[in-house]
Ligand binder design. Structure first.
Ligand code: PGA
Length: 253
């Protein structure tokens, strides 16, 4: 953590939580994090639960993220959701290019980039996810993969928009596996991402960029991760599904 950058703790609920369950989770969470002022708190429900969470968290210090969007404004795209639909429900962020979407739903650097551009054009803040698989890491391709995903995801993004972008580093082998990257391993990749952004833009932009770590973050390991100089937040799956554990993450010391 670097005091210059405001920490951002986000829950990615994935395909969990009906609208009813989501309302209950959000209402239990509100009092547990109400006193937090110095960090951003974000919940990422599935599309069908966004409205109920939006209503529940109105006027609180919690904001909303969607887990995906389509890159076109509207039209004949059966099953897709537009930026305007998300903005209408008070979404502030949108998670883009999560490894589950890249692996199971055919997302590529190109489609990820279109989504990042669309979110910025419409006024949503993108959380751009990058991360290598275990096979890629073991084959010594870590730097190449991360560079390719960062460069591809940010293609044609103007410097003036970069303060709205959050990057999430999520090593695929650490997601939902209970195998967290060590704080050192994670920080090394965060530093690499920052280096890449510096080369693409400037030292100032790289310095201001918030980079979240994701992959088996829990209340037990969040503090050591957040103590690292290049880790500015967490994108949390499993541990965000219970109000007590997500509150403990938000309240990390
Ligand atoms: P996890 O998921 O915390 O359950 O490992 C993280 C993510 O996929 O964003």
């Amino acid at each position: 953590m670097n005091p210059k950058r405001r920490p951002i703790i986000a829950g990615n609920w994935k395909m969990n939580m009906t609208a009813t369950q989501a309302r209950e989770l959000a209402s239990k969470l509100i009092p547990l994090v109400a006193s937090v002022k110095d960090r951003d708190i974000v919940l990422g429900p599935p599309f069908t639960s966004i409205a109920s969470v939006a209503e529940t968290i109105k006027g609180t210090n919690i904001s909303l993220a969607a887990q995906n969007l389509h890159w076109e404004d509207k039209g004949a795209f059966t099953g897709e959701i537009s930026a305007e639909m998300l903005l209408d429900l008070n979404c502030r962020y949108v998670i883009i290019g999560h490894s589950e979407r890249r692996q199971s739903f055919g997302e590529t650097d190109e489609t990820v980039n279109k989504k990042v551009k669309q979110s910025l054009k419409k006024g949503l803040l993108p959380i751009l996810c990058v991360g290598e698989t275990l096979a890629e890491r073991e084959a010594g391709k870590l730097n190449d993969i991360i560079s390719r995903q960062v460069t591809g995801g940010l293609k044609d993004i103007q410097a003036s928009d970069m303060q709205k972008v959050v990057i999430a580093y999520e090593p695929v082998w650490a997601i939902g596996t209970g195998k967290t990257a060590t704080p050192q391993q994670a920080n090394e990749v965060h530093a690499l991402i920052r280096q890449k952004v510096k080369a693409l833009y400037s030292a100032g932009i790289a310095d201001g960029l918030r980079i979240q770590y994701g992959g088996s973050v829990t209340p037990a390991n969040v503090s050591t991760l957040m103590a690292m100089p290049d880790i500015d937040g967490a994108l949390v799956g499993g541990a965000s599904l219970k109000p007590e554990s997500f509150a403990a993450l938000v309240n990390f010391k």
